[in-house]
Design a protein around this ligand. Sequence first.
Ligand SMILES: [Fe+2]
Length: 286
Amino acid sequence: MQQIFCRDAVCTGSLAGDHRVVALMRSPKIMVDLHCHILPGLDDGPVSMDESMAMAESAIADGITHVVATPHANSIYAFDFDRVRRLRNELQELVGERLELATGCDFHMDPENLAALKEDAPRFCLNQRDYLLVEFNEISIPPALDQTLHQLRLAGLHPVITHPERNAILRVQPERLAKWLRLGCYAQVTGRSLTGGFGTSAQQDALSWVGLGLIHFVSSDAHNTRSRPLKLQPAYDVVRKKFGEEKARSLFVDNPRAAFEGRSLPHVPEVAHDLTQPRRRRFFFF
Ligand SMILES: [Fe+2]
């Protein structure tokens, strides 16, 4: 049993008004998943509502309380907001109050999407607020992307770079990621990367970047119940063990909850100038 300090309204019990909480479980059990392909028949996620329901049950059992359904929005999978909302409402009806579902999308940075975003940004954003998951090509990242991200910031949006640790270009050029963070963008790693499910390189970079303060969210990016399940607890345990409870809460609870509600993030570390040092040090620790 361990003691942690309660900083929000959700707690398991308190002692004598000093806001101390005895944590009876290993995690706060109030995690928020901002990136998840849980709705059926929209993309390469689940094929049926039964499978979506099984993913929802997995999330509840894992200690997740909020999930944003973020289907792909790219040239292969067109984004249909009305259909996404209909499916979300259907799943919410089935799951009841045990899990809160919202919608957003996995926004591919292509010209067509950017034009549609200009017309109506909220439908693409997480919970229709102002945080936007953005993904881009793993083979080439055009220099103009810097300018596009800057324009999104000027438009009042908060671009969230999805799983940079799974992008071969960013893994060798992390200073590009750091530059976007200095523009006011945020970064999200996939939980499964932290536990080694996407290979050693992705795992080492994800851990290194968490240590450097380059990462603001950990999400499941779940696609199904088998190979890409809707779980965050294993990754939470990895972060807690290596970086402590406070860092784990910031990445799995506090920051994602703030983005879900459209608030400023409570935990935004200053971007380190030397991105190489922890890479050297990690060989002593990992
Ligand atoms: Fe995704």
